[in-house]
Design a protein around this ligand. Structure first.
Ligand SMILES: Nc1ncnc2c1ncn2[C@@H]1O[C@H](COP(=O)(O)OP(=O)(O)OP(=O)(O)O)[C@@H](O)[C@H]1O
Length: 323
């Protein structure tokens, strides 16, 4: 199956470094979620993958060999600025764009009709794109990335502005294409969705990849916390003993989160004491949601200009990115 490799990709603009030494692989069959704050460098990285922007240094490989324009022309790309002709009719446009990628007319017609049905835009096939709502334009944009039977999908914020049913249909489509063996990468600010849908996630901060892996790998590498729950008196005991032991405590719903893994003797002791006092019903490692892991690695200070000393990077994974 196809593997796309980003090898030390760096992009300098005159006033700043937009992407700084970014390396990771995307494997056929997986959905890779690309997240990061506004201006973190996601779009620039995707543009370098697609050859729309040339890297200052680094390269993109396809199955271990430098990627060619021909390889890239077979990718399905959904650019951030979108790329449809506003005055062209939906169906004609889908067929036209597929033909530009080299798909023969019959196949382009059949694929356009199939994706119109799958993405619930058949009703608009004879409308101009500019007459559609933004969400429906987005569905057409996704269809245009699919009608030429792409070998990979690279989608810049495909979920932004979609209604819940469209999110479901977009998610199902991406999963289907990954199941067919395509590498699928998309960027998004919807962290819950990314957590639910993606096999692996890469987090960019100020142009650097600060975390990369499966949700389980990210969790395993994130600082551990333990969840305690139960009666008010059990929670009070845990709170008091944790403070005495110098452990950080955070309120969490009707329970508490304590810094440290359940197997940490100082944390385990809290459970023993609370059990003795009775009323403890929950004691387990806390499954950090992606949104919290994201906050703990993303640098919220203004981006570092290229000419100044870069801030130290916190990286959670070994270079190259585990699968
Ligand atoms: N053509 C350009 N010239 C100069 N700077 C640019 C150019 N394109 C992007 N940048 C800068 O590079 C940085 C990364 O931008 P990029 O669009 O890749 O971020 P992003 O992560 O996609 O952000 P968002 O989530 O807001 O879409 C930003 O500071 C941006 O201003």
């Amino acid at each position: 199956m196809t593997t796309i490799t980003l090898e030390s990709l760096t992009k300098d603009y005159p006033t700043r470094r937009a992407v700084d030494d970014v390396s990771f692989d995307i494997h056929g069959g997986e959905i890779f979620g690309f997240v990061g704050s506004n201006g973190a460098g996601k779009t620039t990285t995707m543009r370098m993958m697609l050859g729309v922007t040339a890297p200052t240094s680094g390269r993109v490989l396809l199955d271990g060999a430098p990627i060619t324009a021909e390889n890239r022309s077979q990718f399905g790309y959904m650019p951030e600025e979108r790329g449809l002709y506003p005055k062209m009719h939906v169906h004609d446009q889908l067929v036209y764009l597929a033909r530009l990628h080299g798909t023969d007319r019959d196949r382009a017609e059949a694929n356009a009709t199939m994706w119109e049905e799958r993405l619930s835009i058949s009703h608009y096939r004879d409308d101009t794109v500019e007459a559609l709502s933004l969400g429906n334009q987005q569905r057409v944009q996704l269809a245009s990335a699919l009608t030429h039977d792409p070998t990979a999908l690279v989608l810049d914020e495909p979920f932004s502005g979609l209604d819940p049913l469209a999110v479901e249909s977009m998610s199902a489509t991406l999963r289907q294409k990954a199941d067919e063996g395509l590498p699928v990468l998309f960027s998004s600010h919807q962290l819950e969705l990314v957590e639910k849908l993606c096999d692996r996630v890469g987090i960019l901060s100020n142009g650097s990849l600060v975390a990369c892996g499966t949700i389980a790998q990210l969790r395993a590498n994130a600082p551990a916390r333990t969840e305690f729950g139960g009666s008010a008196s059990a929670c009070e005991t845990v709170r008091r003993e944790a403070h005495a032991a110098g452990l950080q405590v955070t309120e969490h719903g009707d329970g508490l989160l304590v810094d440290g893994a359940p197997e940490d003797p100082r944390v385990a002791r809290l459970a023993t004491v609370a059990l003795e006092a009775s009323g403890l019903t929950r004691f387990a490692r806390y499954d950090e949601p992606l949104s919290l892991m994201y906050r703990s690695v993303v640098d919220v200070s203004p981006a570092t200009p290229a000419e100044t000393e870069p801030t130290p990077k916190r990286r959670w994974w070994k270079k190259g990115g585990a699968r």
